[in-house]
Design a protein. Structure first.
Ligand code: ARG
Length: 460
């Protein structure tokens, strides 16, 4: 059959399982477009050096375009000896334009600089075409709902215990804030990873003085990696991207967990749409929040992708080692999982319904105990003292089996502290409580709108 591209020094056959174990084509074919683009620009660089003629370059570019059509239409015929996308494309180029010319494209290049060039292009394009736009959509949906549903109040929790009233919009904008930071972080990573290793050769550099800046510019990179040993073996961008995914999925997981809780019958704050729920094979009444549970569960998977590859990198010596081929399966899995999770989260948020009555019915007067303490603060009493007094009021109402601190009489209040006046009862108003929190970042309507304006201007 077709001999392996590196077959010259070998006499024995590769063990069949070793061939499969070694081959990356089953997953790195995904980078075919980047690989063909890379070879196009690289051969233009070779032509500038006089290593191939203008006529040969035309034929090479023609052949590469033909191969792209085959991959695009899913008709590329893989050969059993193809090892990876780089060897497959070069083998096919030889079949289309003849091996005499195709045999020149790899002059001065190594799969070591080639494979990581492809991977950086692939990451850049995936971020630009998929992750960043999808994430922007998710943020937009959160911001839109947050603006539209700003009048709905709900209990805010710490330790999952009722704490203080907040606006539902405040919860929405909190996740819009996390995701905006994720967006900005991803743009920074994109800038860092979009640099060119091409022209570094196998490790030592290019023997014909190729113009690496020309190659970088032709492939849309921001610049070149300044050390050839680093160029072929730096996979920090892969780890960084998967760490980004891990942190993002952590936000997604907490977001999903909130919604799992809010969608239980006991809370009943939200209803998930049928589109993002599933039923039980046994219990006819069940509607399960599987979308949310998967968002939460898949956060572990992305962490695993990152941790696994980081372990593979640890302890390998300088420059290229085959361990590095492990970069792709974990990265591709992480990127796909993150992309799908963003799309599912967007669908969930844009279709869930809010049960305003349930949220507001869950507000209890003891959640205004801080506001009661603040009432005395406004009359000059130190907060540490008012905190204690307000606590006594809560205890008294509990002792008397009252439904809340608003049910104590003025006389009972005065028995606890003589500085209470009749206007203390004005404290027992949830709307007023949230509107008081109008300092930057707070839950008052004006403060929330400011947060949303701020997020929107950061994303411009
Ligand atoms: N398929 C390999 C990878 O993805 C390409 C590089 C192989 N280079 C080598 N010298 N064996 O890492």
């Amino acid at each position: 059959g077709t001999q392996k591209l590196w077959g010259g020094r070998f006499t024995g056959e590769t063990d069949p399982l070793m061939h499969l174990y070694n081959a990356s084509l089953p997953y790195d074919y995904k980078m075919y477009k980047a690989d063909l683009e890379g070879t196009k620009v690289y051969t233009s660089g070779l032509q500038k050096l006089g290593l191939i003629t203008a006529d040969e370059l035309t034929k090479i570019h023609y052949g590469l375009d033909e191969i792209k059509k085959e991959w695009d239409s899913d008709s590329f015929a893989r050969h059993p000896n193809d090892e990876d996308i780089h060897t497959a494309n070069e083998r096919r180029l030889g079949e289309i334009i003849g091996r005499d010319i195709a045999g020149k494209v790899h002059t001065g290049r190594s799969r070591n600089d080639q494979c990581v060039t492809d991977l950086r292009i692939f990451c850049r394009d995936t971020l630009n075409e998929k992750l960043l736009p999808a994430l922007l959509d998710l943020i937009k949906v959160l911001v839109k709902r947050s603006r539209e549903e700003v009048d709905i109040l709900m209990p805010g929790y710490t330790h999952l215990q009722r704490a203080q009233p907040i606006r539902w919009s405040h919860w929405l904008s909190s996740y819009a804030t996390y995701f905006t930071e994720d967006y900005k972080r991803l743009v920074q990573i994109l800038t860092r990873l979009n640099v060119s290793p091409l022209g570094a050769g196998a490790l030592a550099g290019h023997p014909y003085g190729i113009d690496r800046e020309f190659l970088a510019e032709g492939l849309g990179f921001n610049g070149v990696i300044g050390n050839s040993l680093v160029a072929v073996s730096d996979r920090d961008f892969v780890v960084e991207l998967m760490f980004w995914g891990t942190l993002f999925m952590n936000h997604i997981s907490r977001f999903a967990e909130d919604l799992v809780i809010y969608s239980t019958a006991e809370f009943g704050f939200i209803k998930l749409s049928d589109a993002y729920s599933t039923g039980s094979s046994l219990m006819p009444q069940k509607k399960n929040a599987d979308s949310l549970e998967l968002l939460r569960g898949k956060s572990g998977r992305v962490f695993g992708d990152m941790a696994g590859f980081l372990m593979s990198l640890k302890g390998i010596p300088s420059t290229y080692d085959k361990d590095m081929q492990e970069d792709k399966e974990s990265l591709f899995d992480a990127l796909t999982t993150v992309e799908h999770s963003i799309l599912i989260a967007t669908g969930v948020v844009s279709t869930l319904s809010v049960q305003k009555e349930k949220m507001e019915a869950a507000l209890t007067m003891d959640m205004l105990a801080t506001d009661l303490a603040d009432y005395l603060v406004r009359r000059g009493v130190p907060f540490r003292e008012t905190h204690h007094i307000s606590g006594e009021c809560v205890a008294k109402a509990e002792q008397l089996n009252l439904s809340g601190i608003d049910k104590l009489t003025l006389e009972q209040y005065k028995e606890i502290d003589s500085r209470f006046e009749a206007d203390l009862f004005e404290t027992f108003n949830f709307e007023q409580s949230v509107e008081r929190r109008d300092a930057t970042g707070g839950t008052a309507k004006s403060a929330i709108f400011k947060q949303l304006d701020n997020l929107e201007s950061q994303l411009k």
